[in-house]
Design a protein around this ligand. Structure first.
Ligand SMILES: N[C@@H](CCC(=O)N[C@@H](CCS)C(=O)NCC(=O)O)C(=O)O
Ligand SMILES: [Fe+2]
Length: 256
């Protein structure tokens, strides 16, 4: 298991911002350790179209962006990671090794990404795509309470990511959510990568009771997922190839 980034001896204080990109209904999350002298920050699931907005917030709050992280290879929008790296070269891109995508840091289950004295722990949650991960704020007395889980498209509020492309597998998704997300403390906040109904946040306990798909038994869940009949995302043919190389590769001088 790997740990990326450095820790200091200050006691950490988390800054949290939930940002929205309306065309793809994507949430981007900005987290920082504001008690650390450098105020190191991470962005989870940035979108190319809103990179300038996100970097303005980072600047206005006096943060030092260190990682641009993705929960998976998105099919409906182009990640902002590549564009961010072209504008702030010291930022490192992060995605799972299992995604097959390029990035500076390829993480696996159990790996930790540190920003100041805070960290996000990686939980492999495949099923929507084979490389999906959930990032969970660190456990332990010096880590923020209550906990937060950035679930990408594995678990949406009252729903979940579809399983009909990018090696999606409903049986795998069911197991991922039950073993890796529903096993977290019930007061853990759930922050998904998308919402199409106006929700912003949920909790593990709430989803265990009210999720319209994951509260069912496995066979019923598989039946629901096989009959969603959703149109393919409009940008899939552009977004997936671009996201496999971390976004807009042509703007980036060297590696992704
Ligand atoms: N209409 C959108 C695509 C909507 C969509 O397919 N969303 C995905 C998540 C992004 S890959 C999904 O899993 N949805 C599950 C659901 O139940 O809606 C577009 O054209 O971009
Ligand atoms: Fe997705």
């Amino acid at each position: 298991m790997g740990s990326y980034g450095t820790a200091s001896s200050q006691s950490p204080k988390i800054l949290f911002r939930q940002l929205f990109e309306k065309e793809s209904s994507t949430y981007t999350y900005l987290l920082a350790d504001v008690s650390h002298p450098d105020k190191p920050a991470v962005l989870i699931d940035p979108v190319d179209k809103t990179v300038d907005r996100d970097l303005s917030v980072v600047k206005e709050l006096g943060l030092k962006l260190t990682y641009a992280m993705n929960t998976h290879v998105h099919a409906d929008h182009v990640t902002g990671s590549g564009l961010i790296k072209s504008k702030v070269p010291e930022v490192k891109s992060v995605i799972s090794k299992a995604s097959g995508a390029k990035a500076d840091v390829l993480i696996e289950h159990g790996d930790k990404i540190y920003f100041g004295d805070l960290f996000l722990e990686t939980r492999a949650t495949p099923g929507h795509t084979s490389g999906c991960v959930t990032y969970v704020t660190g456990d332990g007395p010096d880590q923020p309470q209550p906990k937060m889980a950035y679930t990408g498209d594995a678990l949406l509020i009252r729903g979940c990511g579809r399983t009909d492309f990018q090696s999606g597998n409903s049986e795998q998704l069911y197991k991922s959510v039950h073993s890796q997300i529903f096993s977290l403390p019930k007061d853990t906040y759930i922050y998904p990568a998308h919402d199409y109904k106006g929700f912003t946040v949920s909790t593990v306990g709430e989803e265990m009771l009210y999720n319209l798909r994951l509260t069912k038994d496995e066979d019923t869940f598989k039946g629901i997922m096989a009959n969603l009949n959703l149109a393919y995302p409009k940008m899939i043919d552009v977004a997936v190839p671009a996201n496999l190389v971390c976004g807009y590769q042509d703007l980036i001088p060297k590696s992704c």
